[in-house]
Design a protein. Structure first.
Length: 50
């Protein structure tokens, strides 16, 4: 029973750490929030450089 409590505490702290990491990643890269997996609605623009 003691091991179960210890394991539960460990899992909770891992969960908190991962949640904090998500927040840090979103702060560092705000474009993740607006990310649209299907891409934008406008047609792609191709630019050619000579």
């Amino acid at each position: 029973y003691q091991n179960l409590k210890r394991l539960r505490r460990l899992l909770i702290s891992i969960h908190k750490a991962l949640a904090n990491l998500d927040v840090v990643i979103l702060k560092l890269n705000p474009s993740v929030i607006n990310f649209d997996p299907q891409g934008s609605r406008e047609p792609r623009r191709y630019e050619y450089f000579i």
